[in-house]
Ligand binder design. Sequence first.
Ligand code: SAH
Length: 476
Amino acid sequence: MKLFPLFADLNGRPALVVGGGAVAERKTLALLEAGAAVTVGAPGLTPALAALAADGRIHHHPGRFDPAWLDAVWLVVAATDDTGVNREVSETAEARRLFCNVVDDPALSSFQVPSIVDRSPVIVAISSSGVAPVLARRLRERIESLFDHTLGQLAGLAERYRQRIRAGHPDLGARRRFYDWLLDGPVAGLLRQQRPDQAEAALATALDQPLRPAEGSVVLVGAGPGDPGLLTLKALRALNEADVIMYDRLVSDDIMALARRDATRVSVGKQPGEDHHATQARIHALLVEHARAGRRVVRLKGGDAFIFGRGGEELEYLREHGVRYEVVPGITAALACAAYAGIPLTHREHAQSVRLVTAHCRDDEDNLDWPALAREKQTLAFYMGVGQLDALSRRLISHGRAPDTPFALIENGSRPEQRVLSGAVKDLPDLARAHGIRSPALLIVGEVAGLASRLQWFGSHIDGGQGDGQPQRLAA
Ligand code: SAH
């Protein structure tokens, strides 16, 4: 180990920053955050540093570096762009046995400032011993994504209740189990829901009772359309913490690869011979069974769980059965497919609203408001429409939408095999058949769909023209 890691208490202690530029400003702000009494020595200051000096929040030594500046300080940072001055500061500090950091110069530094993940009071510090700062920053980003921002609040709560927890659970094993409960259970959940008062009340109540067995919970997570880069940080954390993951057919393998390795994975897609009702009943029963066994269950759905995802039904069932739950939104297919096909869903002139529609056009199920759907100046996004393109195209036109209204049909949106087929709505069924478009695919109808040929940037694009052999353009 080349450097000894150390967390210094600078609260109220004088520290010196030499230099008055942007880098010095950053270092000054960091030192102030730790409560140091900062003096900045430099001929001139950035406006922000000058404002801090004017407010009396820092002290300013004007002029060139003077060794006397080191007289009363605990720590020195040299942040000038003059190597000579930096060296002089470093050597003077060395002679006085003061720790000195010269920014970006490990050879002249007797201490280094790590990259940090700040969830105060918890701080994770990362150092590459000055060898590869870029690597340290990368690591920092990775670690940053792992921990929810409420971790600091949780640690603060644990600190305040430390004595009471110790008194209530004198046995070390029991105390460990209590802390596990605190970190994984309802207290952490309530903090994530931004209910600090209820979190504290839950902790206080639990302290007065014997330790209960672990309480399970369900997180309903939207996995997005397929590209794992479209997962939210919260979704990733939930996947990392899950004991059981119940996932749908639409969830991509790339996303499952990111989940905790020893989580039990249960595929809960529709089984042969089962109707929707039976599938849903089986899923409900499984969710409650796992949660009641004290497990952390992630219910993972394609796109967003509340957009044609039956998320509402599952939550109602959990509520009825007293199972705690959280919801993490996902990027729904309409948003992802539009983005990955270069189609803005709204447009100042051509589309003032967007409708997300489920394409059930079979006569016995069709209760869509076709006259409203056929109106101009709106964008329609049809889910689950691949089997119904004939009816969709026919009904839109018969209710008044212009036959040459552009459409874009996005197959496997955001996945490596994405294809976008665009054309005029009157040609939609023929074009889709000719190119063999299969589910999952999302249909976008409206003037904005015409932009796909020009703005496409991902996957492959098939331009079906406007029926007159011309590629279509959005009218200026
Ligand atoms: N809850 C999901 C939708 C489920 S319904 C969401 O919010 O996205 C299933 C339909 O979503 C599919 O029939 C298809 O129309 C659409 N869909 C889902 N993923 C898709 C993808 N990667 N590309 C294109 N369409 C997709």
